[in-house]
Design a protein around this ligand. Structure first.
Ligand SMILES: NC(=O)c1ccc[n+]([C@@H]2O[C@H](COP(=O)([O-])OP(=O)(O)OC[C@H]3O[C@@H](n4cnc5c(N)ncnc54)[C@H](OP(=O)(O)O)[C@@H]3O)[C@@H](O)[C@H]2O)c1
Length: 255
């Protein structure tokens, strides 16, 4: 399958790296210098500067610009794309339709894990594209079709933003280890290993049961866990997801 990326930033690069072995990739951007750097790094893809009258007829587009760039970009595009997959946070299908013409539309919310084929991607949109969309995004990890855009806006604050939240946890756990006396390099390696150990656990078990099976009476985990509760970490996580959802809704009003 041939895919045309519009935008060559962080998310586009993660997706391209994940998809380039199985798809033919064309990348359209506006910055020649950054396109040339990408082209050098990934010689098997095609990159070029977008034309002022770029014909997208029949193309399968993966739209990877920031939501606020859509009004600048849209007038440059002509024709009717075959499919439009948008990664834009808080940008509804209705808004996409008003800017770019395509036969079918899907909103997707991947994450940076795509570059290691480990994205958790949520999808929603025209049922006609459901099978194709799952097929594409399953190549770069796990994908889940949701039944409404509202659910996708909620998922944005979990899996789309999630790497940033988990990065904060990883960094602070390493800081704790360094504070207690471990070398930074060792602390980092231990935390990376911890995430690796945790991935199959969370895939197969309920989080509450994982916690119960680590925590022994009056033990080290119970002491550490109590500190997390004192620090209100649970509530902060709940609020992180609900504030991200609120921001997605706010963006929707603007876009
Ligand atoms: N980053 C994430 O983890 C993540 C996760 C899920 C979803 N998303 C979504 O992904 C989208 C992109 O985010 P990002 O983090 O990749 O942003 P980014 O790094 O700023 O990339 C945006 C890209 O779009 C290009 N662009 C902007 N206007 C353009 C135009 N008129 N024509 C052609 N190219 C244009 C930019 O070019 P320049 O280099 O010239 O600025 C840049 O390459 C956002 O809508 C975001 O909601 C991101």
């Amino acid at each position: 399958m041939k895919l045309t990326f519009i935008g060559n930033g962080n998310m586009a690069k993660a997706l391209i790296k994940g998809l380039m072995e199985t798809c033919t990739i064309e990348v359209l951007g506006r910055n020649e210098k950054s396109l040339n750097i990408l082209q050098k790094e990934l010689p098997q893809i095609i990159t070029r500067v977008i034309e002022d009258n770029e014909d997208i007829t029949g193309k399968n587009i993966i739209l990877c610009v920031k939501p606020y760039s859509l009004p600048d970009l849209a007038p440059k595009l002509s024709g009717i794309a075959n499919s439009l997959y948008s990664v834009l946070a808080g940008t509804s299908i209705e808004s996409l339709k008003s800017h770019i013409q395509a036969k079918n539309y899907v909103r997707t919310m991947p994450n940076l894990g795509a570059s290691y084929l480990k994205s958790m991607t949520t999808l929603t949109g025209d049922e006609e594209l459901k099978h194709h969309a799952i097929n594409i995004f399953d190549k770069i990890g796990t994908s889940l079709w949701l039944n409404s855009e509202n659910e996708l806006d909620i998922a944005t604050g979990v899996a789309g933003s999630g790497p940033a939240y988990l990065a904060l946890i990883a960094e602070s756990l390493a800081d704790g280890a360094v504070k207690a006396g471990l070398k930074r390099k060792d602390a980092q390696e231990i935390v990376a290993g911890l995430f690796d150990s945790f991935a199959p656990l969370i895939e197969n078990e309920n989080p509450a049961l994982i916690k119960d099976s680590v925590m022994s009476p009056a033990g080290t985990t119970a002491a550490g866990y109590a500190a997390l509760e004192r620090g209100n970490v649970r509530n902060a996580m709940i609020e992180a997801v609900s504030d991200a959802y609120a921001k997605a809704l706010e963006l929707k009003q603007k876009n």
